[in-house]
Design a protein around this ligand. Sequence first.
Ligand SMILES: Nc1nc2c(ncn2[C@@H]2O[C@H](COP(=O)(O)OP(=O)(O)OP(=O)(O)O)[C@@H](O)[C@H]2O)c(=O)[nH]1
Ligand SMILES: [Mg+2]
Ligand SMILES: [Zn+2]
Length: 310
Amino acid sequence: MPGRVIGEVGPLFRLATERGEKTAELAGRLKHNAREKADLPAVGDWVALRADWGAHRVSIFAVLPRKTAFCRRAAGNVVENQVVAANVDTAFLVTGLDFDFNVRRIERAVLLARESGAEPVIVLSKVDLCESFQSRAEETQKAAPGVSIVGLAAKLGRGLETLSPWLEKGKTIILFGSSGAGKSTLVNALLGEERQLTREVRGHDHRGKHTTTRREMLILPSGALLIDTPGVRELGFLGGEDALLSAFSEIEELATLCGFGDCTHRNEPRCAVKSALAAGDLDPTRLASYFRLKEEAQASQRKGLKQRRR
Ligand SMILES: Nc1nc2c(ncn2[C@@H]2O[C@H](COP(=O)(O)OP(=O)(O)OP(=O)(O)O)[C@@H](O)[C@H]2O)c(=O)[nH]1
Ligand SMILES: [Mg+2]
Ligand SMILES: [Zn+2]
């Protein structure tokens, strides 16, 4: 029987199945054959179940291939990947237009979404607390070329309709953003009921309170599936080159015009990136981010490779 993982409770998994909601354990063989944590089920995974209705036991014996996956490196000495959420179509990257607003963080979130295979959508929340939405949106767009940006105030029910293109029946959406960004408030507004606990935050010192403590999938009236998450600092860039290319498309486009095919844009002659910078056509903070994330990607790749050779 097929099922979809909608939550994790300790070593057990909550599943949506054609027979309703079930709690399941991992079959021993799945546990033993897993080479790394990423081989085990995560929220959003489609799984194959074996049910012994007489004994009221359901076990997961296989994880079906994933369409998309948000990964991170699992904590510990061994380099091991772990899946945070699977089969997500769209990632709502939620940023509050209060003290939470940080373009560099948005830039990184877009990169992580791209690496997962999901479409990033930037949600600027709490528009009621901001007098200059337009300029914030423009600043954000420069750091995220080609990415859709919406503004809303979930607490007041304002702007929710701007999300409807991504909330079609059967689509899976995940919410990412720092603690206090307003993710659960948005979930409740879209559900039309106070399902998720929310909590007030007052300033920088109140960050990281983590009102939501685990990932959970909820079904919206539209038939879309929404995954609420605890405020994240949990994702790391694993080093996908393609993700970097699409997240910094304006730099990559310039790079095709550089004199050397493998130009690093540091001190080569005939470098189109440096020319654009000198002419004021490229934002220096964008280039700095690009260099930083590229280095991070390479370091991450090296670490992974070293581990695999052992
Ligand atoms: N003014 C205003 N406040 C909002 C809005 N949306 C959310 N808030 C407030 O922001 C605070 C944090 O909201 P939550 O929804 O709990 O934040 P969260 O992102 O789920 O936080 P974690 O679960 O800790 O990750 C609450 O006090 C909300 O009432 C909004 O549109 N306008
Ligand atoms: Mg929350
Ligand atoms: Zn160059």
